[in-house]
Structure formats: C-alpha cells, structure tokens
Ligand binder design. Sequence first.
Ligand code: ATP
Ligand code: MG
Length: 560
Amino acid sequence: MTPENTTSPGKDFIRTRIAEDLDSNKISKVHTRFPPEPNGYLHLGHAKSICLNFGVAQEFAGQCNLRFDDTNPTKEDIEYVNAIREDVRWLGGDWGDREFHASDYFDKLYAYAEQLIRMGKAYVDDLSADEIRETRGTLTVPGKNSPFRDRSIEENLDLFHRMRAGEFPDGAKVLRAKIDMSSPNIVMRDPTIYRIRHADHQRTGSAWCIYPLYDFAHCLSDSIEGITHSLCTLEFVNNRELYDWVLETLGVYHPKQIEFARLNLTYTILSKRKLIQLVKEAYVKGWDDPRMPTLCGLRRKGVPPEALHDFCNRIGLARADSTVEYALLEFCIREYLNAHTPRLMAVLDPIKVVIENYPEGETEYFDMPLYPDDDSFGKRQVPFSRELWIERDDFRQDPPKKFHRLYPGNEVRLRYAYLLKCNEAIYNPDGSLKELRCRYDPASRGGQSPDGRKVKGTIHWVSKQHAIPATIRLYEQLFAVPDPDNVEPGHTFLENINKDSLKEVVAYLEPALNEQKVGTTVQFERVGYFCKDPDSTPDRPVFNRTATLRDSWSKISQKQ
Ligand code: ATP
Ligand code: MG
C-alpha cells in the first residue's frame, strides 16, 4: 500500500497502539477491515480509511478484510458493491479471499439477538420510531422507560419470531437492547437493534423482513471475523460503549474500536447522501464525473492511486477533526505526475505561425524524447512543416519587461526543433490576431543555436497540417467556496456549486498524443496534466485536465 516515491506513514497513534499490542503479545497478528456500506460510490474520505486499514495490515504483516456493511436493503445496490470492489482494488487494497458481507451473518446475528432476549437483555417494543425518539430524553433529561420494556422473555421471543415470520408491517415493532434509559450516553438508552423492513435485499432476496442495525451488526461482524482493531471515524466515539456492551454481554471475542478523525477537504463535499443528490439531480454527469471527489471520478480525471497514497500519508491521522486544503491533494497529484508521465505537445489556445522561408509542402520529423533527459520513457516522432500552431499567449505585440517569448523582432526556440524569429503579426479587420509571419534558422536543427547567440525563450508547437483536433475538458472546483456545507438556514450546499466548473475547448495535439490509451495521463508540455477520456473516438480524442502545472500548495505552505 505504500508504493515507491511516496512518503511513508509516520508512527501515528493507531500504528503506535498496534505495535504495542504486537510487542506485548496481546495479539499475534493484526487484522483490520474496511467496512463500506454499498449505498454509494467511494470517495476521498474512504481512501483515507482504505489506506489506513489495508496499510497497517500490510506494514505489520497482517490482514485486512473487505466487508460490505449491507444491513439496509432499501438504500443498497449491487451496482455499488461492484464499484466498491473496483475502487478498493485500484487503490491497491488486497483482501485475498476475504470478501465478507454483514448479510453473510444474518443467521448468526439473529441467533445473537435471541440470546440477548433469553438473557433478559433485549425486548420487543411496540412504540413507533417517533415515540422512541420522543421518550429517549436529551443530554440533560433522562429517557423514559417504554411501557413494553418489562415483557416476559417468552413473550419477547414469541414476538421476535413473529417479526421474522413477517406477521407485522414495517415500523410496527422493533427489538431494543435493554440497557439504561437514564444513561448519560444517549446511545445506551435502549438502542434499537432490529427493525422490520419488508424489502428485498440485494444478496438475501426476500429471505428476511427484519434487519439488524449498524450498532448491532458491526461489532458482531468484527467479532465473527476475528478483527483485532476496528478503526472507525470519530462520530462513532459515543457508539463505542454500545459496541463494547454487545460483545461483553454476549461474551464473545472482543475487538478494540479505535476512532480517528474523518477527512474533510476544502471545496469538497464528502457525504454519500449529498454526492447521490449531485448525481441524481444531474449537477454532474455521473458518479465518475471528473469533478466528483469519488475514486472513480478521480481515476477518470487522471489521478494516479499513488498520489492518493501520498496524500493520505501526508495528512496523517489525528484524534481531532480538521479540514485539509484541496491544494495539498493537487500538490501530491503533481508530484507524482511530474516524475512519472511523458511530456508531449498540445496547443490549447492556438494562433497560426507561417514560416516564410520553410518550403511549402515539406514535412520533416523530429525524434523527441518523451521525457527530458530520461531515455527510459522512450521517444516519439513529431512532424514539422511550414505552418504551426502555437499558444496565443506566447506572442505579444507589445511585450512587457522580461517577456522572452515571441514578439516582432524576437527569436525563440521551438521545442527540440528550430530557432524561429517573428517578423510580423497580421491582424483581421476586427482587430483580432490572424497569424504570425516568421522565419526559421535552418542551421539550428534540434533547437541548437548555431553561433552561440542567446535565445532565452522556448515554446511548444504543433504542425498545423498534422495536428489532431481534440476536445479538452478544463475542470475547476465543483464548489465555489472553501466550505460548501456552511450555509445559512433555508439554504443548501447546492447554491455553492461553481457554475464554471467545466469549460470545453478545442485544442490541437501532436499525432503521438492520439495514440495514448484511454485512461493514460500525460503532461501537455508547459500546459498541464491531461488524461485521455473514454468519450474519445478514433478521430476525436477527448482529454480531461488532471491538474495544472502551477503549484499553489507550495505558496500556501510557504506562507504558513
Ligand atoms: P458518508 O458519511 O459519506 O455516508 P459513511 O461513513 O456512511 O460515509 P461507509 O460506507 O459507512 O460511509 O464508510 C466506510 C468506512 O469509511 C467507514 O469505516 C468510515 O468510517 C470510513 N469513512 C467514511 N467517510 C470518511 C471520511 N470522510 N474520512 C475517513 N474515513 C471515512
Ligand atoms: Mg456509515
């Protein structure tokens, strides 16, 4: 889980704890699990949990299970199960043959619930969900006992069996743990552990019409699987007491729950419920829209899994919630791509150059390295001819000081090709720039200065006759503000959507760029990182911008 060229995780409080438990022989082997609920696609927050759970298993020569926490049939879907498998695998998570589902344990969980009833530790309650909420009390007011709390064990067993047999409609009854309605921890005030749902489950079909709740299913699934450290996010701190109560009361193997801070990221929403809304209400094109913080969205955008590992290692683990700058993620993406992607040429905002002293109809080819000064990336052939595209921004009629690119009378280097001097700019009647008339130095093949004269600027170019037009999708943040969830009452995060998060332009590519496979990320030299999109057709490639070259994170970290 820790590929080369990324930072390795430091000893955080969880790794320290695991090392202690191994040293003191409390455990002989660490066993973790990643427990997604298949009710949506995985996002960056899950990446943190995946890197942690699979990461510690690998570092301490242990194991990590993939467990689907599928106890809510109405929200879950096989589409999500398949997507989760693919995403975890993409991040390098290896669960061997240990893919489990909470639904694998429905029989066992049912038997445990019966056991609690027989111990006098659970009862069937006829109160509605609203009534249960109303009698639960508050932080300062204790809850009230349900009038059904003192049913006999026989009556409870009978009613629970009839719940299972389908005799009662949804919501008519629940099974509650009998703990303490005046506990200072509200979670412990007779929590519901089973409810009736006449709904088909994506795996068990219509076999069940009662389903266990998270707090009952999760701890027992951990116990059944022999998990040693059950790592979860901070919102479960209060649930730990219940986690411990269930396992202690039943007298079964008892993993340790340890909480860590969840990932929050600026300009980003990391809540499955809200991400579903963005997809269903078509604010984005789908779960894998490159603007989404989902793992499939990041993959389609061109983000390599190694960058996410690096990111997760850099943010570390803490016990207190905080928010990470999105720029740090971009920094990690650039760091990796800078060292690992080939560099080719594309012109995104083209202006035509005519080389007046280059023969018409002639084409010559340059062998260019795919990575400067590193032959291991290989080479490609790049055609050169009389008319080229260059970036509009690489020309100025009236250059500011220190502008070393093209302006009338100035000479630049065309990357790896020739020295080129601008004679004149031609304008359209409306005043817009039409083309640049230039001359090249035939003695400068390869871009070398033949007589030692200094040429400061180097620009990229594409031969007009050979250029491949491409659709380029330029993405910005999906949200216009750093904290999109922070809204006044009566408003929603949707109002913070950035209306300009996607801009499409037509660019001209050198031919070798069209030979890239879908899903490959490359650098467009001097422009940014781009990934070939599955929407590409043989004659019309589509590229997504993965990241710009500009590094805003180093500026931010310098300020700090
Ligand atoms: P959401 O709040 O987006 O619905 P969830 O916590 O309900 O997410 P699960 O599928 O239950 O999603 O999560 C699987 C695992 O991933 C859990 O262990 C959970 O704690 C962890 N996880 C989810 N979101 C984050 C996050 N933002 N940072 C770290 N871990 C997370
Ligand atoms: Mg959850």
